[in-house]
Design a protein around this ligand. Structure first.
Ligand SMILES: CC(C)(COP(=O)(O)OP(=O)(O)OC[C@H]1O[C@@H](n2cnc3c(N)ncnc32)[C@H](O)[C@@H]1OP(=O)(O)O)[C@@H](O)C(=O)NCCC(=O)NCCS
Length: 196
């Protein structure tokens, strides 16, 4: 069984100090909460996401490229994981990404996405701790609100996490690529792309 990898040996998506210490302190001693690392594909990240939605396999390279794309946007993507210290495997995940606005006095909004807790660990307040940590990050970095979409079935869970139901979600789906979407071009490349 792989032994627990300390944060100091990992390439992390953001500084671990951003995660509220009071939330980490409430996890069981068998668990550790930290930012996503560049090699977390080998720690069951995709399997845990499969409790939420279909998540095809990726190669290590594709995974690392997606990680690099997120990390190239500083102070924007905050994906955190809960790790079992015994197995070094991920048992819970969640993300918040920050949207810069022109309205609200140049305010920022935190969008929570992709919350998933491994089936074997559900009901141990991991989902609650992940949401507390993500809303804590969102608040700490100055967002005036944190929002998310969920199914009717999960409304009671999010209410227990302190959220209230507001307005409606609208969606328009596009042709879903069968292969992973390539990383967007770098900013200078984008600036030189001719208009279609
Ligand atoms: C939804 C999910 C994240 C909850 O995580 P969890 O760790 O099992 O939940 P917690 O133990 O933190 O639950 C916190 C509280 O919410 C309640 N709760 C959790 N899920 C609930 C649900 N679907 N309906 C009603 N209450 C729920 C718990 O009973 C607990 O209540 P308590 O404080 O009175 O004991 C988890 O079940 C999951 O991963 N589900 C599949 C993926 C998914 O639906 N993700 C959310 C996408 S929007």
């Amino acid at each position: 069984m792989p032994s627990f990898t300390p944060d100091s040996e990992l390439e992390l998506l953001f500084s671990p100090h951003v995660i509220p210490a009071e939330v980490k302190a409430q996890l069981g001693s068998d668990l550790h909460m930290r930012p996503l690392s560049r090699t977390d594909i080998s720690r069951s990240h995709l399997s845990v996401l499969r409790v939420l939605t279909s998540t095809p396999d990726l190669t290590e390279r594709q995974y690392a490229q997606a990680f690099d794309t997120m990390r190239s946007c500083p102070n924007t993507y905050y994906t955190l994981v809960v790790i079992s210290r015994e197995t070094d495997a991920i048992v819970g995940v969640g993300s918040v990404f920050l949207e810069q606005k022109f309205t609200r006095n140049l305010g920022r909004v935190g969008h929570i996405e992709d919350i998933a807790v491994d089936k074997s660990m559900q009901g141990r307040k991991l989902g609650l701790r992940i949401i507390q940590a993500l809303t804590g990050i969102s608040e700490r970095v100055g967002c005036y609100k944190t929002i998310l979409n969920c199914s009717d079935d999960n409304i009671p869970f999010y209410q227990k996490c302190g959220f209230e139901k507001k307005e409606n979600e609208m969606a328009r789906y596009h042709n879903v690529a069968t292969a992973p979407t390539p990383a967007p071009p770098s900013v200078p490349e984008r600036l030189h792309t001719p208009r279609l």
